[in-house]
Design a protein around this ligand. Sequence first.
Ligand code: SF4
Ligand code: SF4
Length: 133
Amino acid sequence: MDKVLKLCEEITEKIDACERCGKCCKSPFLLPEDVKRLGKYAKMFNENGACPFFVEGKCKIYEIRPTVCRIYPFMFLPHGLFLINIQECRLAREIYRILFPNERGERNIVKVAITKLEEMEKRMINLRNPDTY
Ligand code: SF4
Ligand code: SF4
């Protein structure tokens, strides 16, 4: 699992298509390991409200941000790994375009096989220029 989380994080960082709109900074939740890592900041999260650390388009705790934030727009659900909010999130759209170059349509969420992520990692060297796909 850790390896897959790392892979998701690496992909989202390398694609670098986030426009810092903050739409994903609403109601983040913490995993047990996040609570430990975040220390005193953990108590400031409120799962029913906007994140208190999103200030002027930036994450104030970027280096220690929770796991869900690190891997967004990927998300683990009980039935697998998904790419979510494809219509609302520019980063998700870019990832979708690269992962599924032949798909058309208006999907907002799609299941992603781990093997697809691994393939993507191998091609990562070309990610600075997604038009080469
Ligand atoms: S919704 Fe997508 S584009 Fe907007 S801040 Fe979050 S990751 Fe970036
Ligand atoms: S911790 Fe940072 S990245 Fe996560 S929701 Fe808050 S502001 Fe956004």
